[in-house]
Design a binder for this molecule. Structure first.
Ligand SMILES: Nc1ncnc2c1ncn2[C@@H]1O[C@H](COP(=O)(O)OP(=O)(O)OP(=O)(O)O)[C@@H](O)[C@H]1O
Ligand SMILES: Nc1ncnc2c1ncn2[C@@H]1O[C@H](COP(=O)(O)OP(=O)(O)OP(=O)(O)O)[C@@H](O)[C@H]1O
Ligand SMILES: [Mg+2]
Ligand SMILES: [Mg+2]
Lengths: 256, 256
């Protein structure tokens, strides 16, 4: 049975998409079979892999609302051993449409059950909110990775996020656990970044990943070419950091 | 009758809160009477002004869901001539609760009607989504300012945002108009930032504000002290840029 994890944080622009695409692509390049699910109506994970949202035969919307099986909705082979369930703007309507559907928080989890055997790891990129799309993702996985930008405003919402994860754990998914928090856009020259890292280390002493992801414009450039950081600039600091983070993730997931 | 404007963009972390707090505080310091509404469950605008979310007597949630009048819910005098309607985590539940309420898209607009006379400008800080909180804000105002981060992924969602604004304009609020787009976190040294600015200039030839907001860590530090950039570091590049942007906004709003 494959492991499933969500990248979640309602704070916007903290590196959820960059982390999910980078980790998914490194795990696939290392030999594991990976499914990446784009659960954000912005579809940034989809376009970061160079997939045109307008050409998706099916998408996460179809799985959540129409009940299409994940296997049939897949965009296969975004990369070798990396399948993508892409997102398009139709997903923006899903938050409201889900409210009146039965089992509204569990629809993604139920849909995933049929395919989890086929993958070693499933990653879900969440939108910047704690609405029904993120709740569906948290109800469907075993683990959560929380990317945290090294800025003050990013600390603000942490308590709210942890409370929401606890709520999903109590009501919907007892197996859910925060496997780790990863500090992103770290600029060692600023006092603020170092202070935030210290604050988070105190908050989550055992959960913070050792790897700190540096702020690096190469990471922001790669999506404009539809390439992962490993394809775009494999020797960059961003690529090295995400390689080392991915190794930590693989170890914590105990991937065989 | 005061002017009302929303800061909206479903892409996360692009500077919506930083722009709304900076512009609101400069307009108030210049003599106009300003109301800032925090419509984001993260409550970043509330804490950026140094207000403790846990001590709010009332909040945006009470106005939207309980129908409390804006006048009674106000946290008065966050600064001289600057009132705040703050947000707390309860607002996170509003998206789902609004779905089943009557006039669900208009509740903020209706609540605002009673107080708009008392202010020269009302600004609404939106969450990073196109859900019912943002729709309520767009239905309640005359103008929208779109902050756009100078990065590729921030361009992705622009079409979707413009389509959503058009939809609200057609169905709920014919007066709605995009008064301008402001480029944020601009780093002139990177090719990517210059390229994104050129792309947006082609997209919105007449709407881009002349002022480009530079990336500056002082802007990220100020909220940790509960201070505006003008209080924290008045001579910084960030303060100068937001002063110049605020003057452009005042001119476009034709504030007397
Ligand atoms: N370490 C980094 N250094 C520099 N830029 C980065 C880094 N990580 C991500 N970025 C850029 O910062 C922006 C925000 O990152 P990203 O889109 O991954 O965050 P997100 O949390 O997924 O955002 P959203 O909340 O909108 O979904 C993007 O333009 C991305 O390219
Ligand atoms: N010009 C700037 N230079 C450097 N940092 C900035 C700048 N503007 C904003 N920031 C910082 O970047 C982060 C994102 O900005 P902000 O929170 O204002 O964006 P937002 O669009 O409101 O985010 P969200 O989508 O989560 O509501 C914050 O930590 C903020 O302090
Ligand atoms: Mg994202
Ligand atoms: Mg904000």
């Amino acid at each position: 049975m494959g492991k499933a994890l969500a990248l979640a944080n309602q704070k916007g622009g903290v590196g959820k998409t960059t982390t999910s695409v980078s980790v998914a692509s490194w795990l696939a390049a290392s030999g594991w079979r990976v499914l990446l699910i784009d659960a954000d109506p912005q579809g940034n994970a989809t376009s970061s892999l160079g997939i045109d949202k307008r050409t998706l035969p099916r998408s996460t919307y179809d799985v959540l609302i129409e009940g299409v099986a994940v296997g049939d909705a897949l965009v296969v082979a975004a990369r070798e051993r990396l399948d993508l369930l892409g997102a398009n703007p139709a997903l923006a309507g899903a938050e409201v449409e889900l409210v009146s559907l039965s089992r509204r928080e569990r629809r993604l989890g139920l849909a995933l059950e049929t395919v989890r055997e086929q993958y070693d790891v499933v990653l879900i990129d969440c939108p910047p909110s704690l609405g029904l799309l993120t709740v569906n993702a948290l109800a469907a996985v075993d683990e959560v990775i929380v990317p945290i930008q090294c800025e003050y405003l990013a600390l603000e919402g942490l308590m709210q996020l942890i409370n929401s994860i606890d709520l999903v754990k109590r009501r919907l998914n007892p197996a859910l656990d925060v496997i780790g928090v990863v500090m992103t856009m770290f600029d060692p020259r600023t006092r603020l970044a170092n202070q935030v890292v210290e604050d988070v280390r105190r908050y989550f002493p055992s959960r913070m990943f050792t790897t700190l992801i540096p702020r690096s414009v190469r990471l922001a450039e790669a999506p404009s070419f539809g390439k992962t950081i490993f394809e775009y600039d494999p020797t960059s600091r961003g690529a090295q950091a995400y390689r080392s983070l991915s190794e930590e993730v693989a170890a914590r997931l105990a991937l065989a």
